[in-house]
Design a protein around this ligand. Structure first.
Ligand code: GDP
Ligand code: MN
Length: 396
């Protein structure tokens, strides 16, 4: 689960990390009022969405007057901000964070992630902050400092000090940097976060270390231990297709293509996405119906797939072990009838009760294309989708 920047800053502050003063606003008037509460003569208006790279998309604006604040707020609020992390759909801005502006002398990258190979938390830092870490590692690979934390003892002060020195920080800043780095680590481990990113952590002109941006991501499986963090969830920032499926117990991930997929088993589901791409199509989603899927569950999967308005064809790919092809076939037929499906549908069944399943599909009299193998199914669905697309283009 992700949270907003201002929420992350509130949490980090409790762990001794220094952050700028700020306040939340839902309207331009409130934004101006927040700035007046902060006093000073420069403020930053920041769109609160679950995405980084807001700056380049116009979601971070430095303002020097009430008018500028009001203009920035009006521009941002209600806008779907598209950053290169949000995907083409963008994310709706409904809250702003108004902060006192900071005079920056240097921007540093500081990240804490779970490294699966090391099976430990790894701290990644770079004196070339501001950019995203992928960009930094491409442009300035030598600037990247890495440090692995031993979970038995946690992050030690000497380790944080070493990172600070490797970043080339002035000796007068080391104590503050250590406080920030160890504070972030404690927040990560005590709150069961699986990612903490401070980008940038800045050195100010007055010689302070401040977390200017903050991103915290939590382990969903540990949220039951942190009700106060579960409350920070903002479903409006999540993919509505995924929320719909998740609320119905389906394992679903939204993608950007046109071909909806209903598959059993995560591995087969991923292979199916690959095969669709190989056949020249783009999958709209990953969906694993799971084992022993009832006709109701299959129907629900269709609803989840069709909840995505981009879907123009559907591929059902089942390799039944504990599943039963006859149940799947019944579910497919119910879905076609109840949802009045009017797009190409390709079904590939294999395994338990396959003859029965194929018979049910054949006898239904419905317009369903069947396939023998995964490759065959992927080719058929892509071909059918392209044909339907062409037909529609000609009709227009
Ligand atoms: P992001 O684009 O979503 O990562 O948003 P950030 O909060 O990281 O802001 C983007 C960039 O805006 C930062 O890297 C800074 O260069 C700049 N910025 C943000 N806040 C301030 C501020 O208070 N003062 C100054 N001078 N620049 C800021
Ligand atoms: Mn940032």
């Amino acid at each position: 689960m992700d949270i907003h920047e201002y929420q992350a800053k509130d949490l980090l502050r409790r762990f001794g990390v220094q952050v700028p003063r700020g306040g939340i606003a839902y309207s331009p008037e409130q934004a101006v009022y927040r700035a007046s509460e902060l006093s000073g003569d420069k403020w930053v208006v920041k769109a609160q969405i679950h995405s980084g790279a807001r700056g380049k998309a116009g979601g971070v604006r430095i303002c020097a007057s009430e008018e500028e604040i009001s203009d920035a707020a009006q521009w941002m609020l209600g806008r779907k901000l598209v950053t290169h992390q949000t995907g083409p759909r963008g994310k709706l801005v409904s809250r702003l964070y108004i902060e006192e502006a900071t005079d920056i002398a240097q921007e540093i990258y500081l990240g804490f992630v779970m490294d699966r190979k090391e099976e430990r938390v790894v701290v990644v830092a770079s004196a070339e902050g501001g950019m995203e870490i992928e960009e930094i590692s491409a442009r300035e690979p030598d600037s990247i400092v890495r440090s692995v934390v031993d979970p038995a003892v946690g992050m030690q002060a000497f380790q944080a000090r070493e990172i600070a020195f490797q970043l080339g920080l002035d000796p007068s800043l080391i104590a503050q940097a250590v406080k920030t780095i160890t504070g972030c680590y404690r927040a990560m481990s005590e709150l069961d976060a699986n990612m903490v990113e401070i980008n940038p952590m800045v050195v100010t002109r007055s010689g302070e270390i401040v977390a200017l941006d903050a991103k915290l991501s939590f382990d969903d499986n540990a949220l039951f231990r942190h009700p106060e963090i579960s409350e920070l969830r903002d479903k409006s920032q999540e993919d509505s297709r995924e929320t719909f499926a998740e609320d119905r117990g389906l394992s679903y991930i939204g993608l950007d293509g046109r071909i909806g997929c209903i598959v059993n088993g995560a591995g087969l589901a991923m292979a199916t996405l690959d095969m669709i791409k190989t056949a020249g199509g783009e999958p709209a989603n990953f969906l694993d119906v799971g084992g022993g899927a009832s006709p109701e569950r299959v129907l629900m999967s269709f609803k989840a797939v069709l909840n995505d308005r981009n879907v123009e064809a559907i591929l059902v790919n089942i390799f039944a072990g504990i599943n039963r092809c006859d149940w799947i076939a019944e579910g497919v037929i119910r879905a076609v009838k109840e949802l009045q499906l009017d797009m190409p549908l390709v079904v590939r069944l294999s395994g338990t009760n396959v003859e029965e399943g194929m018979r049910i599909l054949a006898e239904s009299g419905l317009n369903i294309t069947t396939a023998e193998t995964l490759a065959d199914a992927a080719e058929k669905v892509v071909a059918a989708w392209k044909a339907a697309d062409k037909q529609q283009a000609e009709a227009v």
